[in-house]
Design a protein around this ligand. Structure first.
Ligand code: ZN
Length: 353
């Protein structure tokens, strides 16, 4: 069993870029709403570029883009015949990018990925068995394609997260399990957030924590509680959206400028009209630094993440990465910089710009 993940976490921060669904949609190669990624087969070059961009920005982990590429979701989209091909192609691209050394080589890890099935039912053993089979085939493909670790993520049923962990444990790979409780601030099957993570640790997860659905404002309190309650490493990967006490997740987050008549054709901002609710990079940096200072070493950003935000996370916890070369440099700005060459009359024009 590779202990590279734990060794690295014991030494300091580990960055994991997630949220590829939104980013590939933004780049124009995925249908919003349906959210079944076929980019691994349609445009492998686009997926490879995405992974490279996030590596350049400081991600230590290349997570294979198999989110939602499970039998149920692929079936809904009428693409079940592509299931195994899509999984293997995504895993192979992740493996390829992991092996590329950037200008600052670091021991990157390739992750297989399983996630919320969207059919889990706490009262239906038949459905649970179906989910078990879905997870098992994906875990096997990840092992075949030489994943270093396994990530199980975005679970809003505790028992589904336990099932994912059980399947991952059979691979003997390090297990990262992150949960994504909805607006009720508990798991759908009534487990508390903290108890779910404690149980995951008891059952052998190497890293437990939270990802997706919640922005920094509504994730922080819970990941800090988790940090206090478990001994293992803790993960925190919020979405970069300004969720708040009344709207804990991005699913029902209203556009605060509703009065302006901003278009939102589905009656909600999720998932295609969230742009005005985006966190800026300093908010993401602040969150990352605050939770890192409290002992949370596994950091990242989920749906909505861009390479610039991942680089910001890396910088917030004191890392220098390949993309640091291009970090902001306001001193050379043509109006707001303090470079000697910038003429006084142009600087003064800045307030009127
Ligand atoms: Zn996400």
């Amino acid at each position: 069993m590779s202990n590279k993940l734990i060794d690295k976490l014991n030494q300091g921060p580990v960055i994991c870029a997630e949220g590829f669904l939104f980013e590939i949609e933004r780049r124009g190669y995925l249908s919003a709403g349906e959210f079944v990624p076929t980019v691994a087969l349609d445009r492998p070059d686009v997926l490879e570029a995405l992974h490279r961009d996030f590596q350049h920005a400081g991600s230590d982990i290349v997570q294979a883009f198999t989110y939602n590429v499970h039998r149920e979701k692929v079936r809904v989209a009428g693409k079940e015949h592509l299931l195994e091909k899509l999984n293997r192609a995504a895993l192979q691209i992740a493996r390829k990018v992991t092996n590329i050394s950037l200008d600052q080589p670091k021991p990157n890890l390739m992750a297989g990925n399983i996630s919320n099935s969207n059919i889990w039912n706490e009262n239906d053993k038949k459905v649970q068995l179906e989910v078990e089979k879905m997870f098992s085939e994906m875990a096997q493909w990840a092992v075949d394609e030489k994943a270093d670790i396994m990530i199980g993520e975005t679970f809003y049923y505790a028992e589904e997260a336990f099932k994912a962990l059980e399947i991952i444990k059979k691979t003997n790979l390090p297990a990262v399990i992150t949960i994504a409780p909805m607006g009720e601030n508990k798991m759908r099957d009534n487990w508390s957030i903290v108890d779910t993570c404690k149980e995951l640790e008891q059952r052998g997860a190497d890293v437990v924590g939270m990802n997706c659905f919640r922005g920094p404002n509504t994730m922080k309190q819970f990941v800090l509680e988790i940090r206090k309650a478990v001994k293992c490493h803790v993960a925190a990967l919020p979405v970069p959206y300004r969720t708040n006490i009344k709207h804990q997740t991005f699913f029902n987050l209203p556009d605060r400028s509703n009065e302006c008549g901003c278009e939102s054709p589905h009656g909600r901002t999720f998932p295609t009209a969230l742009d005005p609710l985006y966190c800026n990079r300093y908010e993401i940096a602040k969150f990352s630094k605050e939770v890192y200072d409290k002992g949370i070493n596994y950091l990242g950003v989920c749906c909505g993440a861009s390479p610039a935000l991942i680089r910001e996370v890396a910088h917030a916890v004191g890392l220098r990465v390949s993309g640091s070369k291009y970090k902001e440099n306001m001193k050379n700005h043509f109006m707001y910089g303090d470079n000697q060459r910038i003429p006084k009359h142009i600087k003064e024009y800045g307030d009127l710009a």
